[in-house]
Ligand binder design. Structure first.
Ligand code: ATP
Length: 629
């Protein structure tokens, strides 16, 4: 008869006494980790923390990881938001187990500090014994509760962590949630998993920007969601990028990169699949398993990888291929294409006008409220132009601290300032050489830099910080802002000469409330988010609401709402106004009144032709809509 499982404390005592402990008493990964720690000679009771890394060295480590950290930021912030009220901390460590960031609930920060769970501290397993950060670096993921920690002093913690890999299997770091034992639940592990999935999805987009992407899922409804497996093939049909979900589903590991050929997986050649035009969906049998597969056309993604990464990450690890269990779709589907509704409802020819300006090397200045889709428009513009095979490099002038934006844009020479990378930095302008530079939120560019930027635009020569010869660059410029730039000029906050240099022919993306076919846009977004295979449709009443609501957050708000609804309802649902959150239902404008038409008419002094033009609809449609309201 098998003996009953022992309480953890007893199992631990026996383990330390050298007795055999079964995996029924201690989870197997923990037991293995204890054995590793014992093998290294770690002492459970006597241990002194290594000293904390000096601030300057920590800053340098953060700088080395800045690229993926910046991309991971929205997911980390959302995770933090989700666990803060439970009294936990979120920790970000690099691939060497060094804590780079810690954000947390004040209740727990003190305790975290006492066990040196703090920025600048090393939490590798071979230094700290079994712990979620260090053990996740070994295994890919780990949850370590209370007395499962190898060192006595860490028993006051419970932690769950998962490693992050890029699409080439490079281990980048770890995300961890830590808290008091008993307060950490399985839901926190799922939250960490979801955050890492989101981060890796974004990293894949970046790596695979110029690859043919094959998506795989057991259920076709998952093909447009972050839960699908993703593989990136080059033009020769060789695998160059992968998601862990795809590798796990196919029983492969990272060594398949550079080796696996498209035809080995899909029977026919990549050319054959490509010849089927556009998005190609088929069934695929591999190792006895049946998958739905979808080949997406090559995307020209925003902000692709610089040709040479400044800090090549370490080689792939075996842990990189940890299996990901297929789970039912809990999250909204990802947008299938960056330009899903780029053209729908925009004033006729806006994209074409922008393209012509850019082709003639005339800067494009995009104006529009927040969330109208300026960034998406730029992606579509880049994809439509002759430079679509060259980089599109984005700089968000509002997101970079004033002190850093100069080096970010213009680059710097070796040793230009304290904390500078040893080999210097190329700067975004030079990264965009041959391609397109997108200056987002240009209205927020510090005044001191406006003059410098103007000089570059005129002379097309970049002078990196710290001296060195000026270098000629060939970039096409697109700038965008939600501010009224003319007003910023009048108020003296934006240089008039730069404004005229950029704004030869400003283009305005209309807010959603002015666009004539919001319901059509909503339908396009639903389709892009995979509503069709789930048989989810929009009721006429909800479409009417969508048309009449003023959408202060524009496309971003509409898109978020639709994604949320899709996540909440079952397959086969007819979406009605009842599904809306109460706050939105209450804010519904008076029934029947077509505010967009009325607003456009008011702005154009009652001139129906001008109002129709602004809305991008015909005059007859305008009258029809007026008649209805
Ligand atoms: N063409 C589009 N197709 C599908 N969704 C879009 C499109 N344009 C915008 N969206 C949705 O709106 C969100 C915001 O878009 P985007 O970032 O391009 O707006 P923006 O005008 O640049 O906003 P901000 O001024 O706040 O930076 C996107 O994340 C997406 O959800």
């Amino acid at each position: 008869m098998t003996p009953p499982p022992l309480p953890l404390a007893e199992a631990r005592r026996r383990f330390l006494d050298g007795d055999d402990v079964s995996a029924r008493s201690v989870p197997e990964p923990i037991l293995h980790s204890w054995r590793r720690c014992q093998g290294l000679g770690l002492d459970v009771g006597r241990w002194r923390p290594p000293s904390r890394l000096a601030e300057t060295e920590l800053a340098a480590r953060r700088e080395e990881n800045a690229d993926w950290l910046q991309r991971a930021r929205p997911a980390i912030d959302a995770l933090f938001d989700g666990v803060l009220d439970d009294g936990h901390v979120v920790i970000v460590a690099d691939h060497g187990g060094l804590i780079l960031e810690r954000m947390g609930h004040p209740d727990f920060l003190d305790r975290a500090e006492r066990v040196a769970l703090a920025p600048g501290m090393d939490w590798r397993e071979d230094v700290r014994g079994t712990n979620a950060i260090g053990t996740a670096l070994v295994l890919g993921a780990a949850t370590v509760r209370g007395a499962e920690h190898f060192l006595e002093r860490n028993r006051q913690l419970s932690c769950t962590a998962q490693a992050i890999h890029d699409a080439q299997g490079h281990l980048l770091g770890v995300i961890d949630v830590s808290g008091q034992p008993r307060r950490l639940h399985d839901a926190h592990r799922l939250q960490v998993e979801a955050a890492v999935r989101r981060i890796e999805h974004g990293l894949f987009d970046r790596h695979a920007a110029r690859l043919h992407e094959l998506r795989l899922a057991a259920d076709p409804a998952l093909l447009a969601t972050p839960r699908c497996g993703r593989l990136g093939f080059d033009d020769d049909g060789v695998l160059r990028a992968a998601s862990r979900a795809a590798l796990a589903a196919l029983g492969l590991d990272w060594t398949a990169l550079g080796r696996l050929r498209f035809a080995q997986l899909c029977e026919q050649s990549l050319e054959h699949w490509l010849s089927r035009h556009g998005i190609h969906v088929a069934s695929l049998r591999h190792g006895g398993e049946l998958f739905s597969a979808q080949l997406l056309p090559v995307r020209t993604g925003l902000d692709p990888l610089p040709r040479e990464a400044a800090h090549p990450p370490p080689p792939p690890t075996a842990a990189a291929a940890t299996a990901m269990r297929p789970e039912p779709p809990r999250r909204p589907a990802a947008l299938a294409g960056a330009t899903a509704v780029a053209d729908v409802g925009l004033p006729a020819g806006l994209l074409d006008t922008a393209r012509r300006l850019l082709e003639a090397d005339i800067p494009v200045l995009l104006l529009g409220e927040t969330g109208v889709g300026k960034e998406r428009f730029v992606q579509a513009l880049h994809a439509a132009g002759s430079r679509h095979r060259q980089p599109l490099v984005a700089v968000n002038c509002a997101a970079i601290p004033e002190g850093l934006i100069e080096s970010e844009l213009f680059g710097y020479e070796e040793g230009a300032f304290t904390g500078a990378r040893r080999q210097g930095s190329k700067g975004r302008l030079r990264e965009a050489d041959g391609g397109v530079l997108f200056l987002d939120e240009i209205g927020d560019m510090p005044a001191s830099l406006q003059a410098r930027l103007l000089r570059v635009l005129q002379e097309r020569v970049v002078q990196p910080l710290g001296g060195g010869a000026g270098q000629r660059v060939d970039v096409r410029i697109v700038a965008a802002t939600h501010r009224d730039l003319a007003q910023e000029v009048a108020a003296g906050r934006f240089r008039a000469d730069l404004y005229y240099r950029l704004g030869h022919y400003p283009l305005r993306l209309p807010p959603l409330r002015e666009r004539g076919d919001v319901a059509q846009i909503a339908a396009a977004l639903l389709a892009a988010h995979g509503a069709a295979p789930r048989a989810i449709t929009l009721s006429p009443a909800l479409a009417a609401f969508i048309r009449a609501y003023p959408w202060p957050g524009n496309l971003r708000q509409l898109d978020n709402l639709l994604r949320t609804l899709l996540a909440l309802v079952d397959d086969g649902t007819l979406l009605t106004a009842e599904h809306l959150p109460a706050t939105l239902r209450d804010a519904a404008p008076s029934a029947g009144r077509d505010d967009a038409v009325h607003a456009a008419l008011a702005r154009h002094g009652g001139n129906a032709s001008a109002a129709a033009r602004a809305l991008g609809i015909s005059r007859s449609t305008l009258y029809r809509r007026l008649g209805r309201s």
